[in-house]
Structures are given as C-alpha cells and as structure tokens.
Design a protein around this ligand. Structure first.
Ligand code: SF4
Length: 179
C-alpha cells in the first residue's frame, strides 16, 4: 500500500496570520486530511520535527538562533519546502529591525516602551536574536515561494493541490506581495 504524503507546517518569526489563513481552508481542511498525514505544526501535538516529510509550509522569517537550528533541521528532513507568506519570502515585518543593532532593538522593546519592570536580562531559555532577520531562502534552499500577507486560503489550497500532484505551481499568477 502506498503511504499518504506527509505534510508539516512550521511557525518561525511570524504573526500566525499565515496559519490563520491555512485554517481558513475550513471544510477543505477535512478533505486535505483525507489525502495527507499532518505530522507536525501548531495543530499537531508533536514536539520534534519528524523525519521523512514530503511537504513543509514555513510561515515567518529566521530571526533567532532557535529559528536557525530549526530551519536547517526542517530542510534536511523535508523533500519540498514552501515559504508561505511575505515574512518567509522576504523577511517582511520581522526584518524591519535589521536597520538597528540588537541591543537597541531590545532596549526599545523592553526598557523604553514598558512602564513596569523594564530590563533586558532574559531567561536563558529565551532564544537569542540573530544580528539580522533573514528570509528563509537566504538560509536554506526553498522550492516554492508563496507571497502574500497572508496568502489567502484559496491560494494555499491551490498550492497544496499542485504540490501534492507533483507539480511546481507558478505562484506568481495567483498571489502578490502584501495581498
Ligand atoms: Fe503575519 Fe503577514 Fe508575516 Fe504571514 S506574511 S506571518 S500574515 S505578517
């Protein structure tokens, strides 16, 4: 018996809007789950990214050391990597901080803009920020780029149909940056 394709979704530095758009597939999610095994993502209770994944949708940019380690692991374990949304494709909103050094960004967020308990001494479990936020393709090879902030559910459904059929979708005809 041939196995069903294994699908994962990943959330790096993004606002979750791309995953909300994925959830907007609504009843199409049920049809999708009859075609694939959803093996990792915010909807799945799995702590470790699994081996042998056929398609991974990546929301968000690469902003922390944790993101960096995760995306290398994800790439190594995924056949077809999809950068989903403008943050994954270009860096978008998270990359706005690239004009400033990390200590300036932290001071702005956790000292200047807070009224109570200002400070930038973090718990050791908080992943350190990278000096620069990077789109996914600047860190690992990406197979399909899907612009949009977020891409709409119809676009996500079409992209999944295409890649599950073994095709590389010509996404430029369907969506655009910021759409
Ligand atoms: Fe949020 Fe837009 Fe980034 Fe998606 S592309 S994570 S919707 S800011």
């Amino acid at each position: 018996m041939t196995r069903r394709p294994r699908l994962a979704t990943v959330w790096l530095d993004g606002c979750s809007g791309c995953h909300m758009s994925f959830l907007d597939l609504d009843e199409r999610l049920l049809a999708l789950l009859e075609r694939v095994d959803l093996v990792y993502g915010p909807l799945v209770d799995s702590k470790e990214f699994p081996e042998d994944v056929d398609v991974t949708l990546v929301e968000g940019a690469v902003s922390t050391r944790d993101d960096l380690e995760r995306i290398h692991c994800i790439r190594a374990r995924t056949r077809l990597l999809v950068a989903l949304g403008d943050c994954a494709v270009t860096g978008n909103v998270p990359a706005l901080r690239n004009r400033f050094p990390v200590p300036v960004v932290l001071a702005r967020a956790y000292v200047e803009n807070v009224a109570r308990q200002p400070g930038t001494t973090f718990d050791a479990e908080v992943p350190p920020l990278l000096d620069q936020v990077r789109p996914v393709h600047q860190v690992v090879p990406v197979d399909v780029h899907v612009p949009g902030c977020p891409p709409c559910a119809d676009t996500i459904a079409w992209v999944l149909d295409e890649v599950l059929a073994g095709r590389r979708p010509a996404v430029g005809t369907r969506t655009r940056f910021g759409a």
